[in-house]
Design a protein around this ligand. Sequence first.
Ligand code: FES
Length: 280
Amino acid sequence: MTVVNTGRRYDDATHARLAADAAQVLSRYPDPRSALLPLLHLVQSEDGFVSPSGIAFCAETLDLSTAQVSAVATFYTQYKRRPNGEYTVGVCTNTLCGIMGGDAIWEDLTERLGIGNDETTADGKITLERIECNAACDYAPVMMINWEFFDNQTPESAADVVGRLIAGEPVAPTRGPDRVGTFKEVSRVLAGFNDGHANEGVAAGAPTLRGLELARAHGWTAPAYPDGDSDSDSGAAPLDAGDTTPGVGEPQSSTDRPAAGAQERSGEQEKTEHGSEKES
Ligand code: FES
């Protein structure tokens, strides 16, 4: 059974452990109060939501009032004010995903699980959310589980993934890490603690890179800036002459760079794993 922390202050051992973590987070910011967002993730990694003791901890650590902390925590949907499920299953029902099957996925999952938007199953496993566009429209319809992508879903594939989560089986997203972490585990990553999974899996899939490939095949390039002034319109700082950072789309830019440690996958493998087979 899940034990929910509803107290106003952590016990001494928990407080000391979180204080040591918080000190690491604060060391990254010149102004302590700038660390509030990661600290809210940190207390979520402890309690599974922003608990009263989590709010008190953030306020005490950053010399803020609990009202100030609560004001921030209630502004962002990633911060939960009541115990969240082990897995947040977000179904994109924005326009493109909706018409590509997101609405059908949503209806099927709400019926199967017996819960609606922002509700959690009685066993504490799944919190269901309708989500807005996740900038993954080229893989519509998309489902997110603890903010990892599950691309090109169908009601059947989505139900299969959720069923495996409920059964306690490990589940891998289409892109990104080799397995989806729990809500608490992912919250700790969002607080700034590396879990070692950041460079696993596919970074940019074939549909995302299609436009880039077409441009290269046809020799298409962006128009030159007027008068050779490369940054006069963009307002961006000019690159240093010695800067060797590759530009967007150039070889070894982030779109070209394979994920460190990831196995090379052929386009055909990619299609087999995440495309047509899933929909059959
Ligand atoms: S509409 Fe769903 S990812 Fe864009």
